[in-house]
Write a protein that binds this ligand. Structure first.
Ligand code: UDX
Length: 463
């Protein structure tokens, strides 16, 4: 098939590269000429394992091309994917870009070319989509074109595998009287062997949102469970292993820690709460998911402060990890930025490391006062307390005995429950996490029984 992809951000570029890898002729379009020039050299504007190789390989064979002119790209396309940004990066939906894109693009579509929206859409936009496209077509004196929604369920760092071996494919029908959209999308995805679920467009939009809202809910649930575990002397990792054995619950996405970040989960929770309220729908569960997640970041900072003796003014804090999760260089809604700002506001000197150079540079530019270093040991050198923010393998495998000799005090808060507490304890670290040992080591060091309130320092523990 001949495929055009409009918008070469994360979602669009993965779609373009993977459909080319699946044997189709693909043209990618972006308004950013510099991005196009770099892509033609096989340079991908963000870190996604395997993606630059895929882009370079298929660009070299001519199966994947990059052009600036959308009309040229769609001239002989069977399928046109639209993958432009639909949120404002500030907790709100933003449909201006996609509407502008459709107004420019839709008149140029050949008759019977299928228009597929791959961007995540706000639930109140889907009802407008069909009439909008139809209106643009008719206004331009063209025939009606088939329209579908095809949400992506790809995770950063495993996007290529998620695209080429999906769990399921959702086709949302918006305007498809002859069934052309459904049959072309089915032809595209059938070779991947996953169940293909066709449903009305409104259901597809809600399926995409619902999946992310549920994942976010699972994480906030695990974080609340971790609070209970700490209070009653249980270990949340063991508890999750135990409850996850029930196939109705499962093990995935129940890792407690400092909470979720990234471009999808936080935004989609807060945007859904906001949009629902605007339409008179109460979403107390999602509001709690959002609040718990924000709280985890505050608790992480609290734990660093507690470990440092209740005061961070003038203290040197080492942060390990800046990206919102490992194997990406993405800083969108990364908890690290929020955490660094809070620590700086408390008067700390904050020195951070991340394996991704681009993430280090951007974090330093985004958070005034944040210092970054290109080695974990440099960040840890002279630190009064350290916090693990992102569970990069490099930190798990770090020579912690050397870290111990470098730090001013061997104190660490593990925000991802990713480090070996026994090993660190044996090396002489005072180790604090979320719901495994919690503050137990700290209590033991202070000679206080577990769960004892520390007035003025950890109000959470008093509850
Ligand atoms: C997410 C969805 O998983 C994906 O299906 C959707 O298409 C886009 O949004 P992504 O943003 O790449 O993907 O990140 P994901 O792997 O889902 O992780 C999100 C955040 O949750 C990360 O900050 C991660 O550290 C955190 N997380 C994840 C936890 O805190 N605990 C867990 O158990 C799992």
């Amino acid at each position: 098939m001949r495929i055009a992809v409009i918008g070469l951000g994360y979602v669009g570029l993965v779609t373009a590269a993977c459909t080319a890898a699946a044997g189709h002729d693909v043209v990618g379009v972006d308004i950013d000429e510099e991005r196009l020039a770099r892509l033609r050299l096989g340079r991908v504007p963000f870190h996604e394992p395997g993606l630059s190789e895929l882009v370079a390989e298929h660009h070299a064979t001519g199966r994947l091309r990059f052009v600036a002119d959308a009309a040229e790209a769609v001239a002989d396309a069977d399928l046109v994917f639209v993958a432009v940004n639909t949120h404002d990066g500030n907790g709100g939906w933003h449909t201006g870009t996609i509407v502008r894109c459709l107004v420019g693009l839709v008149p140029a579509l050949p008759d019977d070319t299928v228009l597929v929206v791959r961007s995540t859409l706000p639930p109140d936009f889907v009802a407008r989509l069909g009439p909008l496209v139809r209106g643009i077509r008719l206004g331009a004196g063209r025939t009606v074109t088939p329209v579908a929604i095809n949400p992506e369920f790809t995770r950063e760092s495993t996007a290529i595998r998620d695209f080429l071996s999906p769990d399921r494919v959702v086709i949302g029908v918006v305007d498809d009287p002859k069934g052309v959209a459904e049959s072309r999308l089915t032809e595209l995805y059938r070779p991947f062997g996953a169940p293909i679920i066709t449903m009305p467009g409104a259901d597809a939009v809600m399926t995409k949102l619902g999946a992310n809202l549920f994942l976010a809910t699972k994480i906030s649930f695990a974080n609340e469970l971790a609070r209970l575990c700490e209070r009653f002397g249980a270990d949340v990792s063991t508890v999750v292993e135990g409850i996850g054995g029930d196939p109705r619950i499962g093990h995935a996405f129940l890792r407690a820690g400092l909470g979720f970040g990234g471009s999808c989960l936080p935004n989609q929770v807060s945007m859904t709460v906001r949009t629902a309220a605007e339409h008179g729908v109460q979403t107390p569960l999602l509001a709690a998911v959002h609040a718990i997640n924000g709280d985890q970041r505050a608790r992480f900072v609290d734990r660093l402060r507690l470990l440092a003796g209740g005061e961070l003014e003038g203290r040197r804090v080492a942060l390990l990890g800046l990206t919102f999760k490992p194997e990406t260089d993405d800083l969108r809604d990364a908890p690290s930025l929020d955490i660094a700002e809070r620590l700086l506001a408390l008067g700390a000197r904050v020195v951070a490391h991340d394996p991704m150079e681009r993430a280090r540079e951007r974090a330093a530019a985004l958070v005034p006062g944040l210092e970054v270093t290109d080695s974990a040991f440099q960040a840890l050198r002279g630190a009064d307390v350290a916090g693990l923010v992102t569970e990069w393998a490099e930190y798990r495998d770090l020579d912690w005995s050397q870290a111990h000799t470098l730090m001013a005090a061997p104190l660490i808060v593990d925000g991802r429950n990713a480090l070996d507490a026994e090993e660190l304890g044996a090396l002489g670290f005072l180790y604090v996490d979320f719901g495994r040992r919690g503050l137990r080591d700290l209590d033991a060091a202070r000679g206080a029984p577990p769960g004892t309130a520390r007035p003025g320092v950890d109000a959470e523990h008093v509850a």
